[in-house]
Design a protein around this ligand. Structure first.
Ligand code: NAP
Length: 205
């Protein structure tokens, strides 16, 4: 398949790119500040330009989306608005505008995060946008049933990200294990699903 991976230069996206490429897919790498193709998720015109440049694809994976951390009494209105514009509306635009570029029978795989179901202090904007991404995907999948599939991977803390921030990687999921959830969404038949990706996927025989 010809697959557009947004966030392909990041921790999760690069692992997803590696695994999809190893499985024989033709991956189009999309970054923000780097990468052969670039997009700013918070700008609908940038999403439009990305699809125009990429041409027809079979699937889109989004392993990007920025929401701002901070306590609700510290975040301003713009912090919430920026989070919604980027993580929620950016992924909505990837699907909405992508319908003209992704072949029928293809799929969209979005990213939320386990904070959506396991909130912690200082995560109000992250949780609000993550849960909205999941709700959007569940409802959009109903509208698009039989034509396009829409799913969400909800990663737990990634071991490499914990390590990079000086934390303890144990308890996190390795990006390469997380990538298996994205592969399952792209190659599988499910739609409207939110995959809880806090632990490596159980092996299937
Ligand atoms: N890592 C974790 O522990 C974890 C856990 C749960 C959920 N998540 C979610 O998973 C997603 C990816 O996380 P990650 O850790 O892989 O992030 P990351 O390593 O920071 O990578 C982010 C990726 O998104 C791209 N990007 C940044 N700003 C963008 C924008 N405005 N428009 C389009 N692309 C943009 C970056 O491109 P450049 O490299 O070119 O800047 C990069 O490819 C995020 O939504 C995050 O909230 C992550």
């Amino acid at each position: 398949m010809r697959i557009l991976v947004v966030g392909a230069t990041g921790t999760i996206g690069s692992a997803v790119t590696d695994v999809l490429s190893a499985r024989g897919h033709d991956v189009l790498v999309v970054g923000h500040g780097s990468g052969p193709l670039r997009v700013d998720l918070s700008d609908p015109a940038s999403v439009e330009a990305l699809y125009a440049e990429a041409g027809p694809v079979d699937a889109v994976v989004c392993a990007a989306g920025v929401a701002r951390f901070g306590a609700v009494d510290e975040l301003g209105a713009e912090d919430f608005a920026a989070s919604v514009r980027n993580k929620l509306l950016g992924q909505v635009e990837l699907v909405r505008q992508g319908l003209a570029s992704v072949r029928e029978g293809g799929s969209f795989t979005l990213t939320s995060g386990d904070l959506s179901t396991h909130p912690a202090p200082g995560t109000a904007a992250v949780v609000a946008t993550g849960i909205a991404v999941e709700g959007f995907a569940r409802a959009a999948a109903l509208d698009l049933e039989g034509r396009w599939r829409v799913n969400v991977v909800s990663p737990g803390p990634v071991a490499e990200s914990l390590e990079a921030s000086g934390g303890e990687p144990r308890g996190g999921i390795r990006a390469s294990d997380l990538a298996a959830y994205y592969v399952a969404c792209v190659e599988g038949q499910g739609t409207g699903e939110v995959l809880d990706a806090r632990r490596p996927m159980p092996h299937r025989d």
